[in-house]
Design a protein around this ligand. Structure first.
Ligand SMILES: [Zn+2]
Length: 406
Protein backbone atom coordinates (compact mmCIF):
# COMPACT_ATOMS: atom_id res chain seq x y z
CA UNK A 1 0.00 0.00 0.00
CA UNK A 2 1.30 3.44 -0.99
CA UNK A 3 2.23 5.63 2.01
CA UNK A 4 2.28 9.44 2.34
CA UNK A 5 5.53 11.38 1.84
CA UNK A 6 7.56 11.29 5.08
CA UNK A 7 9.20 14.51 6.28
CA UNK A 8 11.54 15.24 9.17
CA UNK A 9 10.26 17.49 11.97
CA UNK A 10 11.67 20.77 10.56
CA UNK A 11 10.42 20.05 7.04
CA UNK A 12 6.98 19.23 8.44
CA UNK A 13 6.97 22.53 10.32
CA UNK A 14 7.65 24.46 7.10
CA UNK A 15 4.81 22.68 5.27
CA UNK A 16 2.48 23.45 8.18
CA UNK A 17 3.38 27.16 8.03
CA UNK A 18 2.85 27.16 4.28
CA UNK A 19 -0.59 25.59 4.63
CA UNK A 20 -1.69 28.15 7.21
CA UNK A 21 -0.59 31.20 5.26
CA UNK A 22 -0.36 31.23 1.50
CA UNK A 23 2.42 33.18 -0.25
CA UNK A 24 5.02 33.00 2.51
CA UNK A 25 8.65 34.00 2.14
CA UNK A 26 11.62 32.48 3.96
CA UNK A 27 11.54 35.46 6.33
CA UNK A 28 7.84 34.72 7.08
CA UNK A 29 8.70 31.08 7.82
CA UNK A 30 11.45 32.18 10.21
CA UNK A 31 8.97 34.50 11.95
CA UNK A 32 6.21 31.86 12.21
CA UNK A 33 8.56 29.13 13.50
CA UNK A 34 10.85 31.39 15.58
CA UNK A 35 13.88 29.73 13.94
CA UNK A 36 17.20 31.29 12.96
CA UNK A 37 17.81 32.24 9.32
CA UNK A 38 20.21 29.31 8.96
CA UNK A 39 17.81 26.70 10.34
CA UNK A 40 14.97 28.04 8.17
CA UNK A 41 17.16 27.96 5.08
CA UNK A 42 18.25 24.40 5.75
CA UNK A 43 14.67 23.09 6.07
CA UNK A 44 13.38 25.08 3.09
CA UNK A 45 16.34 24.13 0.88
CA UNK A 46 15.81 20.48 1.67
CA UNK A 47 12.14 20.69 0.55
CA UNK A 48 13.13 22.60 -2.61
CA UNK A 49 15.84 20.03 -3.44
CA UNK A 50 13.37 17.18 -2.99
CA UNK A 51 11.06 18.93 -5.48
CA UNK A 52 8.18 19.56 -3.06
CA UNK A 53 8.50 23.36 -2.97
CA UNK A 54 9.61 26.04 -5.38
CA UNK A 55 11.07 29.42 -4.56
CA UNK A 56 9.58 31.95 -7.01
CA UNK A 57 9.60 35.68 -7.65
CA UNK A 58 6.17 37.09 -7.28
CA UNK A 59 4.24 40.28 -6.59
CA UNK A 60 5.06 43.91 -7.15
CA UNK A 61 8.59 45.14 -7.24
CA UNK A 62 9.71 46.78 -4.02
CA UNK A 63 12.66 49.11 -4.40
CA UNK A 64 13.84 47.19 -7.44
CA UNK A 65 13.72 43.82 -5.69
CA UNK A 66 10.85 41.43 -6.15
CA UNK A 67 10.01 39.41 -3.03
CA UNK A 68 10.53 35.67 -3.37
CA UNK A 69 7.80 33.42 -2.08
CA UNK A 70 7.53 29.70 -1.49
CA UNK A 71 4.80 27.53 -2.92
CA UNK A 72 4.13 23.87 -3.60
CA UNK A 73 5.77 22.60 -6.77
CA UNK A 74 2.92 22.06 -9.24
CA UNK A 75 5.12 19.68 -11.25
CA UNK A 76 4.95 17.19 -8.38
CA UNK A 77 1.67 15.82 -9.68
CA UNK A 78 -2.05 15.87 -9.11
CA UNK A 79 -4.69 15.12 -6.48
CA UNK A 80 -7.97 13.26 -7.04
CA UNK A 81 -11.17 13.67 -5.00
CA UNK A 82 -14.14 11.27 -4.99
CA UNK A 83 -17.31 12.29 -3.16
CA UNK A 84 -19.86 9.47 -3.06
CA UNK A 85 -23.32 10.74 -2.12
CA UNK A 86 -26.33 8.48 -1.64
CA UNK A 87 -27.48 9.23 -5.18
CA UNK A 88 -24.47 10.71 -6.98
CA UNK A 89 -20.77 10.45 -7.77
CA UNK A 90 -18.74 13.68 -7.83
CA UNK A 91 -15.12 13.32 -8.97
CA UNK A 92 -12.50 15.99 -9.51
CA UNK A 93 -8.85 16.24 -10.51
CA UNK A 94 -6.99 19.06 -8.75
CA UNK A 95 -3.51 20.54 -8.72
CA UNK A 96 -1.22 20.40 -5.71
CA UNK A 97 -2.73 23.66 -4.38
CA UNK A 98 -6.21 22.15 -4.43
CA UNK A 99 -7.50 24.05 -7.48
CA UNK A 100 -10.05 21.93 -9.36
CA UNK A 101 -8.88 21.37 -12.96
CA UNK A 102 -11.39 18.77 -14.19
CA UNK A 103 -14.64 17.55 -12.67
CA UNK A 104 -17.42 15.07 -13.50
CA UNK A 105 -20.69 14.57 -11.58
CA UNK A 106 -23.24 11.91 -12.41
CA UNK A 107 -26.18 10.13 -10.76
CA UNK A 108 -25.38 6.81 -9.07
CA UNK A 109 -26.95 4.44 -6.59
CA UNK A 110 -24.44 3.66 -3.85
CA UNK A 111 -26.65 0.87 -2.54
CA UNK A 112 -25.24 -1.18 -5.43
CA UNK A 113 -22.19 -3.40 -4.94
CA UNK A 114 -18.97 -1.49 -4.16
CA UNK A 115 -17.18 -3.15 -7.12
CA UNK A 116 -19.77 -1.63 -9.48
CA UNK A 117 -19.84 1.86 -7.97
CA UNK A 118 -16.07 2.12 -7.47
CA UNK A 119 -15.45 0.50 -10.87
CA UNK A 120 -17.47 3.35 -12.41
CA UNK A 121 -15.42 5.84 -10.35
CA UNK A 122 -12.20 4.38 -11.79
CA UNK A 123 -13.56 4.74 -15.35
CA UNK A 124 -14.34 8.40 -14.60
CA UNK A 125 -10.87 8.87 -13.04
CA UNK A 126 -9.31 7.66 -16.30
CA UNK A 127 -11.53 10.09 -18.23
CA UNK A 128 -10.44 13.03 -16.06
CA UNK A 129 -6.78 12.09 -16.47
CA UNK A 130 -7.26 11.97 -20.25
CA UNK A 131 -9.08 15.32 -20.28
CA UNK A 132 -6.18 16.89 -18.40
CA UNK A 133 -3.62 15.20 -20.67
CA UNK A 134 -1.70 13.69 -17.75
CA UNK A 135 -0.98 10.13 -16.55
CA UNK A 136 -2.55 8.10 -13.71
CA UNK A 137 0.96 7.65 -12.34
CA UNK A 138 1.09 11.41 -11.70
CA UNK A 139 -1.80 11.28 -9.21
CA UNK A 140 -0.19 11.44 -5.76
CA UNK A 141 -3.21 11.23 -3.49
CA UNK A 142 -6.92 10.49 -3.56
CA UNK A 143 -9.48 11.48 -0.93
CA UNK A 144 -12.72 9.50 -0.81
CA UNK A 145 -15.88 10.55 1.06
CA UNK A 146 -18.58 7.95 1.78
CA UNK A 147 -21.96 8.08 3.56
CA UNK A 148 -21.73 6.02 6.72
CA UNK A 149 -19.54 5.21 9.71
CA UNK A 150 -15.90 4.92 8.57
CA UNK A 151 -13.17 3.13 10.51
CA UNK A 152 -10.65 5.81 9.58
CA UNK A 153 -7.51 3.79 10.32
CA UNK A 154 -8.58 0.89 8.12
CA UNK A 155 -10.40 3.00 5.52
CA UNK A 156 -13.52 0.82 5.56
CA UNK A 157 -17.21 1.31 6.28
CA UNK A 158 -18.54 -0.46 9.38
CA UNK A 159 -22.24 -1.44 9.44
CA UNK A 160 -23.27 1.28 6.97
CA UNK A 161 -27.10 1.42 7.08
CA UNK A 162 -27.38 2.87 3.56
CA UNK A 163 -24.78 0.62 1.93
CA UNK A 164 -24.91 -2.88 3.46
CA UNK A 165 -22.80 -4.45 0.66
CA UNK A 166 -19.90 -2.16 1.57
CA UNK A 167 -19.29 -3.57 5.06
CA UNK A 168 -15.49 -3.90 5.47
CA UNK A 169 -14.90 -3.55 1.71
CA UNK A 170 -11.28 -2.54 1.08
CA UNK A 171 -11.83 0.79 -0.72
CA UNK A 172 -8.13 1.72 -0.58
CA UNK A 173 -6.91 -1.39 -2.39
CA UNK A 174 -9.58 -0.97 -5.03
CA UNK A 175 -8.43 2.56 -5.95
CA UNK A 176 -4.78 1.60 -5.64
CA UNK A 177 -5.20 -0.71 -8.66
CA UNK A 178 -6.10 2.29 -10.85
CA UNK A 179 -3.84 4.85 -9.17
CA UNK A 180 -0.62 2.97 -8.28
CA UNK A 181 1.25 6.06 -6.98
CA UNK A 182 -1.59 7.59 -4.98
CA UNK A 183 -2.03 7.49 -1.23
CA UNK A 184 -5.73 6.64 -0.67
CA UNK A 185 -7.60 8.10 2.28
CA UNK A 186 -11.25 7.38 3.12
CA UNK A 187 -13.49 9.37 5.46
CA UNK A 188 -17.12 9.96 6.32
CA UNK A 189 -18.89 12.39 3.97
CA UNK A 190 -19.83 14.93 6.66
CA UNK A 191 -16.30 15.07 8.12
CA UNK A 192 -15.16 15.82 4.61
CA UNK A 193 -17.75 18.61 4.19
CA UNK A 194 -16.56 20.19 7.44
CA UNK A 195 -13.00 20.13 6.11
CA UNK A 196 -14.16 21.66 2.80
CA UNK A 197 -15.87 24.47 4.71
CA UNK A 198 -12.75 25.06 6.79
CA UNK A 199 -10.34 25.14 3.85
CA UNK A 200 -12.41 26.87 1.18
CA UNK A 201 -15.63 28.19 2.73
CA UNK A 202 -16.75 30.51 5.51
CA UNK A 203 -14.94 28.54 8.22
CA UNK A 204 -11.43 29.58 7.17
CA UNK A 205 -9.54 30.25 10.38
CA UNK A 206 -12.21 28.73 12.64
CA UNK A 207 -10.94 26.17 15.16
CA UNK A 208 -14.19 25.04 16.82
CA UNK A 209 -17.26 24.49 14.68
CA UNK A 210 -19.85 21.94 13.60
CA UNK A 211 -20.98 21.10 10.09
CA UNK A 212 -24.42 19.51 10.10
CA UNK A 213 -25.68 17.70 7.00
CA UNK A 214 -29.43 17.28 6.72
CA UNK A 215 -30.62 15.18 3.80
CA UNK A 216 -31.78 11.58 3.55
CA UNK A 217 -29.97 11.20 6.88
CA UNK A 218 -28.55 13.58 9.47
CA UNK A 219 -24.90 13.70 10.53
CA UNK A 220 -22.30 16.15 11.71
CA UNK A 221 -18.60 16.82 11.27
CA UNK A 222 -16.75 18.22 14.28
CA UNK A 223 -13.75 20.53 13.91
CA UNK A 224 -12.03 20.81 17.28
CA UNK A 225 -8.79 22.75 17.78
CA UNK A 226 -8.63 23.18 14.00
CA UNK A 227 -8.71 19.42 13.25
CA UNK A 228 -11.45 16.91 12.45
CA UNK A 229 -12.45 15.14 15.66
CA UNK A 230 -13.10 11.52 14.68
CA UNK A 231 -13.15 9.97 18.15
CA UNK A 232 -11.74 6.60 19.22
CA UNK A 233 -13.26 4.60 16.37
CA UNK A 234 -14.08 7.20 13.75
CA UNK A 235 -17.81 7.65 14.31
CA UNK A 236 -17.82 10.88 16.34
CA UNK A 237 -20.53 13.25 15.13
CA UNK A 238 -23.08 10.61 14.13
CA UNK A 239 -25.91 12.66 15.65
CA UNK A 240 -28.67 11.22 13.45
CA UNK A 241 -29.14 8.33 15.87
CA UNK A 242 -29.56 10.37 19.05
CA UNK A 243 -32.97 9.45 20.45
CA UNK A 244 -35.53 12.26 20.48
CA UNK A 245 -38.65 10.15 21.17
CA UNK A 246 -38.57 6.67 22.71
CA UNK A 247 -42.06 6.02 21.31
CA UNK A 248 -41.09 7.33 17.85
CA UNK A 249 -40.96 5.40 14.56
CA UNK A 250 -38.36 2.65 14.06
CA UNK A 251 -35.14 3.94 12.49
CA UNK A 252 -33.20 1.89 9.92
CA UNK A 253 -30.57 1.39 12.67
CA UNK A 254 -33.15 -0.69 14.56
CA UNK A 255 -33.84 1.75 17.43
CA UNK A 256 -36.91 3.89 17.94
CA UNK A 257 -37.28 7.64 17.56
CA UNK A 258 -33.79 8.60 16.29
CA UNK A 259 -33.42 12.23 15.14
CA UNK A 260 -32.88 10.98 11.58
CA UNK A 261 -36.09 8.91 11.60
CA UNK A 262 -38.03 11.87 13.00
CA UNK A 263 -36.66 14.90 11.14
CA UNK A 264 -34.69 14.05 7.96
CA UNK A 265 -35.97 14.10 4.36
CA UNK A 266 -37.95 10.81 4.38
CA UNK A 267 -39.66 11.75 7.70
CA UNK A 268 -40.64 15.14 6.27
CA UNK A 269 -42.22 13.42 3.27
CA UNK A 270 -43.96 10.88 5.48
CA UNK A 271 -45.45 13.63 7.66
CA UNK A 272 -46.53 15.55 4.56
CA UNK A 273 -48.28 12.44 3.17
CA UNK A 274 -50.17 12.09 6.48
CA UNK A 275 -51.23 15.75 6.27
CA UNK A 276 -52.50 15.24 2.72
CA UNK A 277 -54.37 12.10 3.81
CA UNK A 278 -56.13 14.07 6.55
CA UNK A 279 -57.12 16.84 4.15
CA UNK A 280 -54.79 19.39 5.75
CA UNK A 281 -53.02 20.49 2.59
CA UNK A 282 -54.96 21.04 -0.65
CA UNK A 283 -51.76 22.51 -2.12
CA UNK A 284 -49.67 19.34 -1.61
CA UNK A 285 -52.61 17.18 -2.68
CA UNK A 286 -52.63 19.09 -5.97
CA UNK A 287 -48.86 18.62 -6.37
CA UNK A 288 -49.32 14.87 -5.87
CA UNK A 289 -52.18 14.70 -8.36
CA UNK A 290 -50.05 16.16 -11.15
CA UNK A 291 -47.01 14.02 -10.18
CA UNK A 292 -48.35 10.44 -10.22
CA UNK A 293 -49.09 10.48 -6.48
CA UNK A 294 -45.45 11.11 -5.62
CA UNK A 295 -44.28 13.69 -3.09
CA UNK A 296 -40.60 14.66 -2.68
CA UNK A 297 -38.87 16.74 0.00
CA UNK A 298 -38.35 19.45 -2.64
CA UNK A 299 -42.10 19.64 -3.22
CA UNK A 300 -42.75 19.99 0.52
CA UNK A 301 -40.19 22.80 0.42
CA UNK A 302 -42.05 24.41 -2.50
CA UNK A 303 -45.32 24.16 -0.52
CA UNK A 304 -43.52 25.88 2.36
CA UNK A 305 -42.51 28.78 0.12
CA UNK A 306 -46.14 29.12 -0.99
CA UNK A 307 -47.14 29.50 2.65
CA UNK A 308 -48.87 26.09 2.95
CA UNK A 309 -49.72 25.78 6.67
CA UNK A 310 -49.22 22.00 6.91
CA UNK A 311 -45.84 22.12 5.14
CA UNK A 312 -44.73 25.00 7.37
CA UNK A 313 -45.72 23.10 10.51
CA UNK A 314 -43.82 19.99 9.39
CA UNK A 315 -40.65 21.91 8.53
CA UNK A 316 -40.78 23.88 11.78
CA UNK A 317 -41.19 20.66 13.76
CA UNK A 318 -38.17 19.15 12.00
CA UNK A 319 -36.15 22.30 12.69
CA UNK A 320 -37.19 22.26 16.35
CA UNK A 321 -36.11 18.60 16.81
CA UNK A 322 -32.79 19.20 15.07
CA UNK A 323 -32.30 22.39 17.13
CA UNK A 324 -33.03 20.57 20.40
CA UNK A 325 -30.30 18.02 19.64
CA UNK A 326 -27.89 20.76 18.52
CA UNK A 327 -28.58 22.64 21.78
CA UNK A 328 -27.16 19.67 23.68
CA UNK A 329 -24.12 19.62 21.40
CA UNK A 330 -23.60 23.36 21.86
CA UNK A 331 -23.53 22.95 25.65
CA UNK A 332 -21.21 19.97 25.34
CA UNK A 333 -18.79 21.24 22.70
CA UNK A 334 -19.15 25.07 22.66
CA UNK A 335 -18.63 25.68 18.91
CA UNK A 336 -18.32 29.24 17.57
CA UNK A 337 -20.39 28.41 14.50
CA UNK A 338 -22.72 25.76 13.14
CA UNK A 339 -22.94 25.37 9.36
CA UNK A 340 -25.96 23.58 7.92
CA UNK A 341 -25.64 21.79 4.57
CA UNK A 342 -27.16 18.89 2.62
CA UNK A 343 -30.28 18.63 0.45
CA UNK A 344 -32.78 19.69 3.09
CA UNK A 345 -30.87 22.89 3.81
CA UNK A 346 -32.56 24.24 0.66
CA UNK A 347 -35.69 24.50 2.77
CA UNK A 348 -34.71 28.04 3.56
CA UNK A 349 -35.39 30.31 6.43
CA UNK A 350 -38.28 28.47 8.08
CA UNK A 351 -36.00 25.55 8.88
CA UNK A 352 -33.08 27.75 9.91
CA UNK A 353 -35.21 30.00 12.16
CA UNK A 354 -36.68 26.97 13.97
CA UNK A 355 -33.22 25.46 14.48
CA UNK A 356 -31.82 28.76 15.80
CA UNK A 357 -34.78 29.32 18.12
CA UNK A 358 -34.48 25.84 19.65
CA UNK A 359 -30.71 26.18 20.14
CA UNK A 360 -30.97 29.63 21.73
CA UNK A 361 -33.81 28.50 23.96
CA UNK A 362 -32.05 25.43 25.32
CA UNK A 363 -28.33 26.22 25.35
CA UNK A 364 -26.31 27.97 28.04
CA UNK A 365 -26.14 31.76 27.56
CA UNK A 366 -22.34 31.75 27.58
CA UNK A 367 -22.29 29.16 24.78
CA UNK A 368 -24.68 31.12 22.57
CA UNK A 369 -23.45 34.71 23.11
CA UNK A 370 -21.41 34.68 19.92
CA UNK A 371 -22.74 31.48 18.36
CA UNK A 372 -23.72 31.75 14.70
CA UNK A 373 -25.90 29.23 12.89
CA UNK A 374 -26.03 29.57 9.11
CA UNK A 375 -26.44 27.61 5.92
CA UNK A 376 -23.14 26.63 4.34
CA UNK A 377 -22.48 28.80 1.30
CA UNK A 378 -20.00 26.23 0.01
CA UNK A 379 -23.15 24.08 -0.32
CA UNK A 380 -22.90 21.32 -2.89
CA UNK A 381 -19.17 21.99 -3.38
CA UNK A 382 -18.25 21.38 0.29
CA UNK A 383 -17.98 17.61 -0.31
CA UNK A 384 -15.71 17.67 -3.36
CA UNK A 385 -13.52 20.50 -2.00
CA UNK A 386 -13.32 18.54 1.25
CA UNK A 387 -12.10 15.26 -0.28
CA UNK A 388 -9.38 17.17 -2.15
CA UNK A 389 -8.38 18.96 1.08
CA UNK A 390 -8.34 15.56 2.84
CA UNK A 391 -5.98 14.06 0.24
CA UNK A 392 -3.71 17.13 0.48
CA UNK A 393 -3.76 16.95 4.27
CA UNK A 394 -2.31 13.44 4.18
CA UNK A 395 0.09 13.98 1.31
CA UNK A 396 2.91 14.76 3.74
CA UNK A 397 3.30 13.35 7.24
CA UNK A 398 5.85 13.91 9.99
CA UNK A 399 8.07 10.79 10.13
CA UNK A 400 8.10 10.97 13.95
CA UNK A 401 4.29 11.19 14.16
CA UNK A 402 3.02 9.43 11.03
CA UNK A 403 -0.50 9.16 12.48
CA UNK A 404 -0.80 12.95 12.61
CA UNK A 405 -1.23 15.16 9.57
CA UNK A 406 1.28 17.88 8.88
ZN1 LIG B 1 -31.22 5.34 14.24
Amino acid sequence: MKTPILLNASEAEVIRALRKTRNVSRTDIAEITGWSKAKTSQAVNSLVEKGYLVDVEEGASQGGRKPRILRFNRDMGYIMGVDLGATSIDIALADIDGNVLQRICEPADVRNKPEDVLGRCCTLINELVQLQGCQVAEVLGIGVGVSGPVDFHRGVLVAPPLMPHWENFDIRSFFQQTLPNAYVIVDNDVNVMALGEQRYGDAIGLDHFLFVKIGTGIGSGIISNGKIHRGANGCAGDIGHICVDKQGPICHCGNRGCLEAMAAGPAIVQNALEAVKHGESPFMRHIMEINDDILTPEQVSAACREGDEAALRIIRNSGQMIGDVLAGLVNFFNPSQIFIGGGISNFGNHLLVSIRRAVLHRSLPLATTHLQINFSKTGSDAGIRGVIALALEYLFVDEDKPYLTV
